[in-house]
Ligand binder design. Structure first.
Ligand code: NAD
Length: 401
């Protein structure tokens, strides 16, 4: 089977439009591939699409000499040897924010579910116990939501929570423009003290490890709820279990854990299991069909822009350059090369010898790799291509137009 683009692991069909627009034939294999099987299947492809289970190793990248771009149709990029890809001039894209809305919606559902103790009521009925009572159940309208981390997800939660009539406060280490009527808190402590529900939307980092521990939980209002749909390292679960056990914290929803099973076949243990008014979910905050479709469109669109204009914005392993389309009467030279002195002057001298007028020039470097783009009047493509390819610093050359 030969194709211009090979998509593995049931990547959403919404990816196809942008890839077809780039002039690529798309083939699919449902499972993950690695090793020689991946090399054989992707041989001759310009684009390879993977999710989290395939392994795109340095060996595979060196063997797949036609490959120009790898699309990780997921959040992470650990499955690709990123340095080897950069060294081969293969651009890697992913989609870190396509599931933002899915996480925000689940968070909103949990804010309400915790205030109404819905899971405990439901579990009661499953076990044959009828517990009709209003005590301890609250509307969320008029109550205060504290958002820690006001980035893509935190700011969407802010908008949705306000539409429910909640008062929204937030804390971020970077100054962020408040949306709607949300109010920024100077300190984490200020937010913890004022919130009925606290929801976390920060990245995993040394600074956010155990951001919510014993001290922070005790700063929260008695009966307040905590939601962590961010990363497992951010909350000290033993301290949370204790604070729920003694009734200080009224409920929690946890989607992410310090240790998560590697597959659906592995079992799961957590200190919160069996605690009252605690919702535990298996890292599904971003897992919706809509998010998968959005990821398909997002990554394919990035690949389309790279193939048709050379744009590498949001690529994870090469210098980022945002390019307009080139003029239809001009040619565009796209050149990845080793970041050493003298390459630009060698390129200019090749173009001067070809009597090519340069209309635009863009350059960006990242570590050992540089990316230069030149828009020029039409030239002898074969001759100039041969001369540029012969430069010892050349990693990869494409000429558009
Ligand atoms: P983002 O980068 O857009 O926003 C993160 C925000 O947190 C930024 O504004 C940043 O300045 C802020 N921040 C960083 N350190 C902070 C600190 N110590 N205190 C306060 N604010 C701090 O990220 P995002 O897309 O909104 O994602 C947020 C989290 O959600 C990430 O950890 C991500 O991995 C996680 N996530 C989880 C799921 C899931 O399935 N549960 C899905 C997608 C994302």
């Amino acid at each position: 089977m030969t194709s211009d683009a090979l998509l593995l692991e049931k990547i959403h069909s919404d990816a196809d439009d942008a890839l077809n627009r780039s002039g690529l034939d798309v083939n699919r294999i449902d499972g993950a591939l690695e090793g020689q099987a991946l090399i054989d299947a992707a041989n001759g492809c310009r684009v390879l699409g993977v999710r989290s289970k395939s392994a795109v190793t340095a060996e595979a990248l060196n063997a797949l000499t036609s490959l120009e771009a790898v699309g990780c149709f997921c959040i992470g990029t650990n499955q690709v040897a990123l340095d080897a890809a950069a060294a081969a001039g293969v651009v890697v894209f992913n989609s870190p924010f396509s599931n933002t809305r899915s996480v925000a919606e689940m968070t909103i559902a949990e804010i309400i579910a915790l205030q109404r103790k819905l899971f405990d009521r439901s579990m009661g009925l499953h076990a044959g116990t009828w517990q009709k009572s209003a005590t301890g159940s609250h509307e969320v309208r008029g109550r205060t939501l504290g958002i820690i981390g006001y980035g893509h997800i935190g700011s969407q939660v802010s908008v949705l929570a306000e539409s429910l009539g909640m008062r929204v406060i937030y804390h971020d280490i970077v100054p962020r423009m408040p949306l709607g009527n949300a109010i920024a808190c100077e300190s984490l402590n200020e937010l913890l003290k004022a919130s009925d529900t606290v929801t976390l939307h920060v990245p995993a980092s040394p600074a956010t490890k155990d951001l919510i521990g014993e001290k922070e939980l005790r700063s929260m209002q008695p009966g307040a709820s905590l939601i962590n749909n961010a990363r497992g390292s951010v909350v000290d679960l033993a301290a949370l279990s204790k604070a729920i056990g003694d009734g200080h914290i009224g409920g929690a929803a946890i989607d992410v854990f310090p240790q998560e099973p590697g597959s659906n076949e592995e079992s799961f243990k957590c200190p919160l299991a069996g605690s009252p008014n605690v919702i535990l979910t298996p890292h599904v905050g971003g897992s919706t069909e809509e998010a998968q479709a959005q990821i398909g469109r997002d990554v394919a669109l990035k690949i389309e822009r790279f193939l048709t204009t050379g744009t590498t914005t949001t690529a994870v392993n090469v210098p980022e350059v945002d390019l307009p389309s080139h003029h239809p009467d001009q040619m565009r030279i796209l050149h990845f090369h080793r970041n050493v002195p003298g390459v630009l002057s060698a390129l200019h001298s090749i173009l001067a010898d070809a009597q090519a007028n340069i209309h635009a020039e863009y350059l960006q470097s990242l570590g050992d790799l540089s990316y230069v783009i030149l828009d020029v009047d039409p030239i002898d493509r074969e001759q100039v291509g041969k001369s540029i390819s012969a430069l010892p610093e050349t990693i990869r050359l494409r000429i558009l137009g």
